[in-house]
Design a protein around this ligand. Structure first.
Ligand code: COA
Length: 416
């Protein structure tokens, strides 16, 4: 069976997390991804957060599946020549170096265009053009500058970052979409183009609803679904942190379940969706709320949400999160147990769909990874292990037309 991106060759000049997540997705869709790494050391993440001495870290292995690795010193003249050959032979170059690094290496957009006018050059940078464009950026910097941190957490606490890597992996996802879109356009124009995904922009895109709320706040001075409203607190000038309140128009909160005293994840997310209000009242034994004018309509409930959720919690605390999930789903009441990473890793249905995959590695042995979260019916994903450093250097150079002698000379010169 062919893969969606079969025949597309990617010069993967990425490192750390944001770029590698993008090229890993493209590899899962069938592109030939050639990861170019610094001679001798490779992607810094190979050695970061190691759990097994001398084995590539999980940080690296989980971001670089299905790729080939070559080592290349692109600052030496003969290394630059190899890179030039790669540029001529590849469809897309993906990079996430610090701003200006590619230019300093001698590979400006103009130079790349000269070598291959069809080349798509896709970059992750921390910021788009503007006052911060020269800054180096990591995950949490993007979460803070893209609006996520100021809107995450509780209003009596500091801004919070989230565990979901929306700055790195989130930007990688955006870049992957930009790349396939540029490839599609190239089919018609025959030309390459630059694709830029700035981490601040990607995070802000994911925080779109908070910019919506900023404008609502400026117009009306109040947002009734925010906990500040039912707490009787004044709103300030900017969108406040909403704790665990639901982002949409349906009120929600995290509630304790049986066992919460000892299990930090014995909680359920409960949504008091208006169409199932009657069912909620019956399940928790408060049928009088169905007709009580103080509770019967969403508007009447808004100032009372805190006490309503406290009452619902009295019920959820008598059930485990899974028992509560089963009962509530019988009545179509939207809810979700707070699943720990341990529970997710052990969940059989995620193994069956290939969302959690066990991979074998020659140095580290078996490990779990997250497979391709995007399923194509005609282009299934087979997750294969990440490459060892420089594992495919000879193979790739031979494919590019380098003789065994030429490869030996590059090795002698420590270019590869
Ligand atoms: N051979 C020789 N030199 C190489 C090379 C190779 N194969 N690959 C990279 N280099 C060089 C670069 O040219 C650069 O040299 P220069 O500083 O002389 O121009 C140098 O290695 C370091 O690259 P840089 O990207 O600056 O790495 P860093 O470790 O200092 O910074 C980041 C890391 C992530 C902060 C930075 O790359 C960045 O801001 N990237 C964009 C945003 C991003 O993706 N952030 C999220 C990361 S998950």
């Amino acid at each position: 069976m062919t893969k969606a991106l079969e025949g597309v060759r990617i010069l993967d000049f990425t490192h750390v997390q944001s770029g590698p997540t993008c090229t890993q997705l493209l590899a899962w869709f069938g592109a030939d991804v050639i990861k170019v790494e610094k001679t001798g050391e490779g992607d810094a993440t190979r050695g970061q957060l190691r759990d097994i001495q001398d084995a590539d870290s999980l940080y690296f292995t989980m971001l670089n599946h299905n790729k080939r690795s070559i080592t290349l010193d692109t600052k030496k003249p003969s290394g630059k020549q190899v890179l030039e050959t790669l540029i001529k032979e590849c469809d897309v170059m993906v990079e996430n170096f610090a701003p200006g690094a590619l230019d300093r290496m001698g590979f400006t957009w103009e130079r790349i265009q000269e070598l291959n006018p069809k080349m798509i050059v896709a970059s992750v940078k921390g910021f788009g053009p503007g006052p911060y464009e020269d800054c180096k950026v990591y995950e949490n910097v993007a979460q803070c500058t893209g609006g996520a941190a100021s809107t995450t957490g509780f209003d009596d606490g500091p801004p919070m970052v989230t565990g979901a890597q929306i700055g790195d992996s989130g930007t990688g996802l955006h870049l992957a979409l930009g790349i396939v879109t540029a490839l599609y356009q190239r089919e018609k124009t025959g030309r390459g183009q630059k694709v830029l995904a700035a981490m601040q922009d990607a995070v802000l895109n994911l925080c779109r609803v908070k910019l919506r709320d900023q404008q609502r706040l400026e117009r009306t001075g109040v947002m009734e679904e925010y906990p500040q409203f039912s707490d009787g607190k004044a709103f300030g000038e900017a969108v406040p942190r909403a704790g665990n309140a639901s982002g949409g128009g349906q009120p929600g909160w995290v509630l304790r379940c049986k066992g919460w005293e000892t299990d930090p994840n014995a909680y359920i997310y409960f949504i008091a969706q208006a169409p199932v209000w009657g069912a909620i009242c019956k399940v928790i034994g408060r049928e009088e709320w169905i007709t009580d004018p103080d509770y019967a309509t969403p508007r009447a409930r808004l100032p009372r949400l805190k006490s309503i959720f406290a009452t619902i919690e009295e019920w959820t605390m008598t059930k485990t999160k899974f028992e509560a999930m089963d009962i509530l789903n019988e009545f179509d009441i939207p809810c979700g147990p707070i699943l720990s990473m341990k529970e997710i890793a052990e969940e059989p249905s995620l193994r069956e769909t290939g969302t959690i995959v066990e991979v074998d590695h020659p140095v580290r042995g078996k490990y779990l990874t997250v497979g391709n979260p995007i399923k194509l019916s005609d282009s299934p994903t087979d997750v294969t292990r990440s490459p060892l450093l420089g594992e495919h250097t000879d193979e790739v150079l031979a494919q590019l037309g380098y003789s065994a002698e030429a490869i030996a000379a590059l090795r002698e010169e420590r270019v590869i």
